[in-house]
Design a binder for this molecule. Structure first.
Ligand code: F6P
Length: 357
């Protein structure tokens, strides 16, 4: 008899059995998150047929234009997850303040933080997008959670994951015991374990960064990218490849599958923002996944999961992926901060070179 497939539900039950004291509440919560992702996958997959493409004509709390699907995906996440009785409150990129479960009788022990549709500028061009989520414990004794109760460092996450809506829909999950990927079988509507124990190679020759921001980067990031671009004749002695999808879920997924480095570093584009990506519902969950898969996730100056949040929607610089490259960039930050860096200048631009005779 051929080996039986493991569904996501069975996988979660299997994990629950490792903890004899578990009540099943966490398992129940994951089942609702799974259902929300399946629902979003369905509406994203219908595209223009569902009449939900284009902008919603509104802006979120950070002033970004909301797509109709951002609003719809947020609604699906909230409505699906409020029902189970496992959550005390939810916070999302699309909501200014946390949503507290209205009926105190139905409030549970967990807090859910999510980005319902990451990379949504890609929806209308039919490029992969995704949902990112993170589960925290509601502090003991808190029955009416506020934003302050969510402000826990990423190292306190109980679980993190994302769903990617691409050629296939996948759900990638960590419960703090490795990273596991499940592919949605659209035939019978269940996620099947297809990528057990995903690992990120420690070395890579592929990086992802939005180079249109180059003039705003700090010296250590400029140095790193210049060295990569210099290729085999530069200080790295190797040719590098570059990718930019503008959808963090898709970039992290690529890194989990074949290694790589993703950066949205600190820049001076808008001095009021220390980075582009949001700590609570983008950087932290992805950092947990990447670390659990053997990679590293840093702001350049500290581990992302050690950052103590001060605001629900705060932004951080993000550098994550193959461990040796992340550690190299952290070293470049240290050297730069101590005035010890040696910025690389391509031979093309050195004195008496091709362009400067
Ligand atoms: O808001 C998050 C996000 O859409 C990420 O998914 C993506 O990595 C980034 O923003 C894209 O930024 P940019 O528009 O600067 O390329």
């Amino acid at each position: 008899m051929s080996q039986r497939e493991t569904t996501l539900t069975e996988f979660i039950i299997r994990e629950q059995r490792r903890f004899p004291q578990a009540t099943g509440g966490f398992t129940g919560l994951l089942n609702y998150i799974r259902l929300a992702c399946k629902r979003i996958s369905f509406v994203v997959g219908r595209g223009a047929l569902g009449g939900a493409t284009g902008t919603a004509g509104t802006a979120n709390v950070q002033g970004e234009t909301q797509m109709k699907l951002d609003v719809l995906a947020n609604e699906i996440f909230v409505r699906t997850n409020e029902y189970g009785g496992h959550l005390a409150a939810m916070a999302s990129e699309e909501m200014d303040a946390p949503y507290v479960i209205p009926d105190p009788e139905l409030r549970g022990r967990y807090l859910l933080v999510f980005d319902p549709l990451d990379g949504s500028s890609n929806i209308d061009v039919n490029v992969s997008v995704g949902s990112i989520f993170s589960v925290l414990k509601c502090p003991e004794g808190v029955t009416q959670p506020t934003a302050a109760d969510f402000l826990q460092p990423g190292s306190r996450q109980l679980c993190a994951g994302y769903a990617i809506y691409g050629p296939t829909t996948m759900l990638v999950l960590t419960l703090g015991n490795g990273v596991h990927g499940f592919t949605l079988d659209r035939g019978f509507g269940e996620f099947i374990l297809t990528h057990e124990n995903m690992r990120i190679p420690v070395d890579t020759r592929e990086f992802a960064i939005n180079t249109s921001n180059e003039r705003f980067w700090e010296p250590p990031v400029k140095r790193y990218v210049e060295e990569c671009v210099a290729g085999r004749n530069g200080p790295r002695g190797a040719d590098f490849n570059m990718r930019w999808i503008a959808s963090m879920v898709a970039e992290v997924h690529r890194i989990l599958i074949r290694g790589g480095l993703f950066m949205y570093p600190k820049d001076t584009k808008d001095p009021s923002k220390p980075g582009r990506l949001r700590l609570m519902y983008e950087a932290n969950p992805m950092a947990m996944i990447v670390e659990q898969a053997g990679g590293a996730a840093s702001t350049g100056r500290e581990r992302i999961m050690d950052v103590v949040p001060t605001d629900l929607h705060q932004r951080v610089p993000v550098i994550l992926g193959s461990r040796n490259e992340v550690e190299r960039i952290e070293r470049y930050h240290r050297e730069s901060d101590q005035g010890l860096d040696q910025p690389y200048t391509s031979p093309l631009f050195r004195e008496r070179s091709l362009f400067t005779q």
